[in-house]
Design a protein around this ligand. Sequence first.
Ligand SMILES: Cc1cc2nc3c(=O)[nH]c(=O)nc-3n(C[C@H](O)[C@H](O)[C@H](O)COP(=O)(O)O)c2cc1C
Length: 175
Amino acid sequence: MSRHTNVTPTSKEYTLKPDDLIVTKTDLKGNLTYANDKFLSISVLNETETLGQPHSIIRHPDMPKAVFHLLWDTIKRGNEFFGVVKNMSTDGSFYWVLANITPSYDEQHKVIGFFSVRRQANKELINTMDNLYQQMLQEEKRHGDKQAIKASTQILNNFFDEQGVSYDEYILSFV
Ligand SMILES: Cc1cc2nc3c(=O)[nH]c(=O)nc-3n(C[C@H](O)[C@H](O)[C@H](O)COP(=O)(O)O)c2cc1C
């Protein structure tokens, strides 16, 4: 059995160092086509068991569905996504990142896949998003599938409306 199946999350955190850069590439469906050594070592995976797998192999159960919905919605429109993500390694530990995901184009300007770079996220930003994600997750658990994303996205939008900034403005102020 692969190491990424049936992982039990633990409370052990790996804190990224200021110069840690985690890079991956995927095809159009989000299956991994490239992972740098930092990704492999932090995730406790080797290249053979990683390439061809869906990017969700490092998905942490604490992450709300609505965040990934926003991520895919943004990149499928050809835009750049910035977000704070809690990921899970195959040893069950977790690490927070500030992720940037962009479409990759061929010479005819056709989207051929996606490219992502993650680095250390600001502590204050992590705390804010962690809090918000917990509320969103709770809301998602109260609802059925389609409704869950809608209701949880509403919490995300309300939060930024109250701050008087857009999601992108807020995240980008920490970049
Ligand atoms: C380039 C790229 C990078 C991604 N990086 C992550 C990541 O670091 N962590 C993560 O959980 N999902 C990441 N995703 C999103 C996953 O594809 C997936 O939507 C997410 O893990 C939720 O899994 P699910 O859609 O099966 O519920 C990334 C997607 C793309 C295209």
